[in-house]
Each structure stands twice: as C-alpha cells, then as structure tokens.
Design a protein around this ligand. Structure first.
Ligand code: AMP
Length: 285
C-alpha cells in the first residue's frame, strides 16, 4: 500500500494507473475510519482495479472551528485498517497541498445544498464540493463511492458531476449500522454509553416511520408528525430537523397521498454531538 502525501505524486500515480488501463475507484474520507468506511472500500475493491482512499479533514467544510478541532484524528490506526482492506493508495494531503497559497477559487453548491445540512451548517456544502472537485481532479477516478448516510451530500456530489460534466460514476452505498440500528459515524466516539442509548432513538424513529409507510400511510403530515413525536419523546435528544421531502429535489412534498419517492431526513443533538440519519420511503405504490 502506498501512502502519498503530495499532490504531484498522487497525480503521477493516477496517470500511471490510467496509462495501464486500470479503473480507479475512489473513496474520500475524513479518517477515524469505522466499518461504514470499510464497507465503501470493499465496494471500491469490487468495482475497480486500483482503490484510492483519501484521508483529509477538510477545514473548508466545517462552519464551526470547535467541531473541526475536535474531529478525531487517528492516522496510524486508519492506515492499519486501510492496509487490512488491501487499499492500494492512501492519499493524505495537508491543507496546503489541497489549498495552495493564494489559490482561492471556490465551487458553490447551489439549490440542492440550501436546506437541511446546508441551512444548519452554512457554507458546509460549498466546502464539500470545493474539496471533492479538487480531489477528483488530482485522483482522476473512474468512479467514486459515497455513503447514503450523508444523503444530501450524495445528491450534491451527483449535481457537481452533472454540472461540471465530469466523467465519473458516483455510487451510493447503504448505511452501515450497529446491531441496535445506529448509523456508524466518527462522531459516535464522542458519546457516552448513555448517549449512545439515547441516539438509538433516531433509527427507531425512522424505522417506525418506514413501518407506517409500508402499512400504507401516505399522508406526509401523519408520517412526519409520527417521526417528530418519536424523537421528542426521548429525553436528552434535541431535534435540529426531522422532515420528509422529495428524494431527488429535497423539496417539500405537497401531494397527499405521496406519489414520488421520498426520504425522511433527521438531524439531532445528543450530548452536544450532532447526528444525522435518513431512511428512504420508496418505491411508492
Ligand atoms: P466521512 O469520513 O464522515 O467524511 O465519510 C466518508 C464517507 O463515508 C462518506 O461518503 C460517508 O457518507 C460515508 N459513511 C460514513 N458513515 C457511513 C456509514 N455508517 N455507512 C455508510 N457510509 C458511511
């Protein structure tokens, strides 16, 4: 496994792979790797010849400096996990490799990034598309894999690829969860055992909503209020948002009954940690 820190060296490795007609499968991460990330690496292995993982805690996507500073950084451990998963190249750039001095061109994320994570974390998705565009340029992947867990991010990246006409296949991967259903996240490390129990309410609330949906409930108001009630009933948990919206546009759904695929999006605070999750409510009969 190669660990590459310089942009120039990464570009050369990508050129070499492409010259040998190898398919480059790319998984961008911010490190503190867990089973969710590893599932993405395995999918990359299945779909590509060369698996490239980037580990970069991107400062421009954090609107809160404290959150950026608190983000776990465990590179040695991450590299061990990458090696065990037979990742070919780990790209670990410094901020100055990605944002060299004076180079201040930003990519703006547009309408799909306006609500939800975009509203709660102003500038977050501009930072995401800016770094993803640069990583795509440096790594030249044929395909890139993103988790469904960050549902809005997946839509934003798809939009980036469409708008810039990049020849990169974007693959979404199902959310990997604990036995209790909690979506794996590097942020879970900051929760106490009691906090982890409280956080378990989030997947239960989403599953409850899905169950109602499958039982035939198609009234968005009833589904949404059921979702919110299950969350507000839990002490120690504060809702940031809990909404059911169109799965493609993330716009409000006005039609009752729901006629198009929808997604329930949730963000909650537990013990000062912000957790997000979602469940898709599709196909609609
Ligand atoms: P991050 O390191 O948090 O930026 O995540 C890197 C990639 O892993 C993103 O595409 C995430 O959506 C994905 N990811 C994070 N957690 C999970 C999970 N529990 N299941 C599946 N993918 C995940």
């Amino acid at each position: 496994m190669k660990v590459i820190r310089s942009t120039t060296e990464m570009e050369a490795a990508a050129r070499e792979a492409r010259a040998g007609s190898q398919r480059i499968a790319f998984v961008p991460t911010m490190g503190a790797l867990h089973e969710g990330h590893l599932a993405l690496f395995r999918e990359a292995r299945r779909r590509g010849d060369v698996v490239v993982v980037s580990i970069f805690v991107n400062p421009t996507q954090f609107n809160d400096l404290k959150d950026f500073k608190k983000y776990p950084r465990v590179l040695d451990d991450d590299l061990k996990k990458c090696r065990a998963e037979k990742v070919d190249v780990v790209f670990v750039p410094t901020a100055s490799e990605i944002y060299p001095g004076g180079f201040k061109i930003d990519v703006k994320a547009g309408a799909i990034a306006r609500d939800f994570e975009g509203a709660s974390r102003p500038g977050h998705f501009d930072g995401v598309v800016t770094v993803v565009a640069r990583l795509f340029r440096i790594i030249q992947p044929h395909l890139a894999i993103f988790g469904d867990k960050d549902y809005q991010q997946l839509l934003v990246v798809r939009q980036l690829v469409r708008d810039l006409r990049l020849d990169i296949e974007i693959v979404g991967h199902p959310t990997v969860r604990t036995q209790e259903g909690l979506a794996l996240s590097s942020r879970n490390m900051r929760l106490s055992p009691a906090g982890l129990k409280i956080a378990g309410t989030i997947p239960r609330a989403l599953q409850g909503c899905e169950r109602l949906f499958w039982e035939g409930e198609r009234d968005i108001r009833i589904l949404e209020s059921h979702l919110c009630r299950s969350l507000t009933d839990q002490a120690g948990l504060r809702i940031d948002y809990a909404k059911i919206v169109d799965a493609e546009s993330l716009q409000e759904i006005s039609a009752i009954p729901i006629q198009r695929p929808a997604v329930a999006l949730v963000a909650c605070w537990v013990e000062g940690v912000r957790l997000i999750d979602n469940i898709s409510l599709a196909p609609v009969a």
